[in-house]
Design a protein around this ligand. Structure first.
Ligand code: C5P
Length: 220
């Protein structure tokens, strides 16, 4: 059975999540936000008093392999508690980026990610969807935008939630996270060889969605 997967990878705050959700909605496909799984692992670790450092790799991998997690289209529960907002903080994002460096944590999450591939199809967003998790996917997008542009978008989002930060701080933060994701040994962030590069710096959300849907239709 061939169940199609569209992979959308790229750096932090490039708009992957928004793009993936819009494409999935337009095609009626399932959605995998793989970053949420690393965030859930980080949150679960914090709740168990386990730090995100490499010394705790085995315990972190055990937590990742047995996440008591439940999803619906818009929300996520951990051990019965709605954590949809709790996993979105900058602090959990930083800790997620630390636990995601650890190979045993990454392999502990593979089966869970494969389970999202169900009919009629899947849109998966992350860092290694096209390179490691779904290497046979028929369409792979590598979504980028300039660091300044990504920091400005994230700033706008946070301001609208009443959280005050500076664009310069956000930019430093996301550049640090990208460097860590690109330089790690295990599944580093990079475009798959057969990925199509899409720079969203000068495009609206609707334009990026149309671009991807156009590529998808061209492949049918
Ligand atoms: O995309 P998001 O910011 O939610 O991801 C949180 C962290 O999880 C990222 O900074 C990255 O280090 C890690 N991640 C990963 N592989 C993925 C998705 C996310 O390593 N497929």
């Amino acid at each position: 059975e061939r169940i199609p997967v569209i992979c959308i990878d790229g750096p932090t705050a490039s708009g992957k999540g928004t793009l993936a959700a819009a494409v999935a909605a337009r095609l009626g496909y399932h959605l995998l936000d793989s970053g949420a799984l690393y965030r859930l692992t980080a949150l679960s670790a914090a709740q168990h008093g386990v730090g995100p450092q490499a010394a705790n790799e085995a315990v972190l991998a055990e937590l990742a392999a047995s996440l008591p997690v439940r999803f619906d289209a818009t929300r996520v529960w951990l051990a019965g508690q709605d954590v949809s907002e709790a996993i979105r903080t900058e602090q959990i994002g930083m800790q997620a980026s630390q636990v995601s460096q650890l190979p045993l944590v990454r392999s502990a999450l593979v089966a869970l990610q494969h389970g999202f591939r169900r009919l009629p199809g899947l849109v998966a967003d992350g860092r290694d969807m096209g390179t490691v998790i779904f290497p046979q996917a028929p369409l792979k997008i590598y979504l980028t935008a300039s660091a300044q542009c990504r920091a400005e978008r994230r700033h706008k989002q946070l301001i609208s939630k009443g959280i005050s930060t500076t664009i310069a701080d956000l930019r430093a933060d996301l550049e640090a996270r990208d460097a860590r994701d690109m330089q790690r040994q295990s599944a580093p962030l990079k475009p798959a060889e057969d990925a199509l590069l899409l720079d969203s710096s000068e495009l609206t959300i609707d334009e990026t969605v149309d671009r991807v849907l156009g590529w998808w239709q061209a492949r049918q």
